[in-house]
Design a binder for this molecule. Structure first.
Ligand SMILES: Nc1ncnc2c1ncn2[C@@H]1O[C@H](COP(=O)(O)OP(=O)(O)OP(=O)(O)O)[C@@H](O)[C@H]1O
Ligand SMILES: [Mg+2]
Length: 462
């Protein structure tokens, strides 16, 4: 219905304002009218009762006609009310003027007939269309010896009252117009104030959506709109950050994939061109094969990492013997570790049970153990596990080269290799990132302690 919030606000506010003004006017005039007319009616009735009394005295021959009329004249004068006392044949008893225009008024004539039939009539109204003819009249039958012996008619001019109402009406109308004008201006300003920042924010969102560069929105005040602007600024930063991560990721992946591919292509070309002699070929093919294998591992790792990150990995939680799993890992790696002149130690009880995804936990431990093997030249590697404080704590400890303090906080980052970059250690820097994500998926934590040239301890809490 409304094209924008601005017109919507203006229309709603103005409608409300006008409605309130109209209601207030109607109520105040109505209230004033009711109060006044009630008052006037009570007075008229009281006067009619007095006249009624006088008439009774007159009919009882207690007072003379002269006395009656002079009393009525006096009352009429004091209350500035015209009083007529009529016989049943409508002739006037007191000395009032019968040529008055009221008697020619059709409505009044009808009412007089009604009063003659015994009804009390009280009316407020104009005898003619002119305000200064505004009058309240009352007709009351006079009953003597159970018969209608005449009627009393009272005409009280109420032009003062009508004038008051009229000026009240003018006053209210002018105040209403004034309020409406002032209100409209205020409402226009307020609405503009509300709608303008919204327009700015929506323009901003449109630009942001198109990927255009935008400055931060100005934040004024602390209201909802300010909060919205703040949220938008934060959103912009988040978008920028994730965009940066995406770019960096692509750059890293391309780099990681390119290195082994360049080696493989170079060797194969050397063989095809005959640059590499026949007897050396096997050696080069073996290297190319190893590189191809590395490429395969790398792509699997990248796929794993992205899968976990995008939340597409479902855990297959079972209750299994952790001790068995660690035994398996020991069997798998012990020989190779011994071949490297290291010792693989274990320290856990044979009865440890764990509720987790067995394959994923195995992957985590192997990633960590793989690092320990890669970065340890002498000494030992120890795998230990124990249950304490409602937590399973698994540790992999080594006496390798360690990690410097500055690099320690980054080792769980994607593609981060603390020592030499990438292929020097054969790693892409994804192992620990995958491990941490898998542990976190389980609701656990992974911690690292390390000292250069002393060794590293990685702790998993599940
Ligand atoms: N036990 C450790 N001793 C010394 N440095 C370590 C150890 N574990 C990890 N690091 C350092 O942290 C870096 C990140 O480890 P991460 O496992 O994520 O990557 P990577 O082993 O280099 O590659 P990938 O695991 O992807 O093959 C490693 O490159 C290494 O520099
Ligand atoms: Mg690793």
């Amino acid at each position: 219905m409304f094209k924008n919030i601005y017109t919507k606000l203006v229309v709603i506010y103005l409608t409300l304002l006008i409605l309130i003004v109209i209601l207030l006017s109607v109520f105040s005039i109505g209230f004033f009218y009711k109060q006044y007319s009630e008052e006037a009616q009570i007075q008229s009735l009281a006067m009619a009762d007095k006249i009624d009394g006088l008439l009774t005295q007159y009919y009882n021959n207690e007072i003379t006609k002269k006395e009656l009329t002079s009393w009525i004249d006096a009352m009429s004068y004091v209350a500035s009310t015209k009083i007529y006392v009529l016989n049943p044949d409508k002739t006037i008893i007191n000395n009032a003027d019968s040529s008055e225009q009221i008697f020619t008024n059709e409505n009044v004539y009808k009412d007089i007939t009604k009063v003659m039939e015994g009804e009390v009539v009280i009316k407020m109204g104009l005898l003619t269309q002119k305000t200064d003819n505004s009058i309240m009249y009352m007709g009351k039958p006079f009953i003597y010896n159970n018969e209608i012996a005449g009627i009393i008619l009272l005409f009280t001019p109420v032009e003062q009252f009508a004038k008051t109402i009229e000026s009240m009406l003018y006053g209210i109308i002018s105040i209403s117009i004034l309020i409406t004008i002032i209100g409209s201006i205020v409402i226009l300003l307020i609405s503009k104030n509300i709608s303008k920042p919204i327009t700015v924010i929506s323009d901003y969102a449109r630009k942001l959506g198109k990927g255009q560069a935008v400055d931060d929105l100005d934040i004024i005040g602390q209201d909802e709109i300010a909060k919205l602007a703040k949220a938008f600024n934060e959103m912009k930063r988040e978008i920028k950050a994730s965009e940066d991560i995406r770019k960096e990721f692509i750059a890293n992946v391309s780099h990681e994939l390119r290195t082994p591919l360049t080696t493989i292509i170079g060797f194969l070309k050397g063989i095809l061109d005959g640059v590499i002699k026949d007897e050396e070929q096997t050696r080069y093919i073996q290297i190319a094969y190893d590189e191809a294998n590395r490429l395969k591992t790398l792509t699997t790792e990248i796929l794993d990492a992205t899968k976990i990150e995008s939340g597409r990995v479902m855990l297959n939680i079972t209750k299994f013997s952790l001790s068995n799993l660690l035994d398996d890992i020991f069997m798998e790696f012990n020989q190779e570790i011994q071949n490297r002149g290291l010792v693989l130690l274990t320290e856990y009880r044979k009865t440890l049970m764990l509720e987790a995804d067995r394959d994923k936990i195995k992957q985590v431990i192997i990633n960590i153990l793989g690092n320990a093997m890669k970065f340890t030249q002498k000494g030992y590697i120890k795998i230990s596990a124990r249950y304490a404080n409602q937590k399973m704590i698994i540790k992999v400890e080594d006496t390798g080269i360690g990690i410097s303090k500055e690099k320690l906080p980054h080792i769980f980052d994607k593609f981060y290799t603390a020592n030499t970059y990438g292929s020097a250690t054969g790693g892409a820097g994804l192992g620990l990132n995958i491990a941490r994500n898998l542990v976190q998926l389980h609701g656990g934590k992974i911690l690292v302690e390390s000292e250069l040239n002393v060794g590293t301890i990685i702790t998993i809490e599940l």
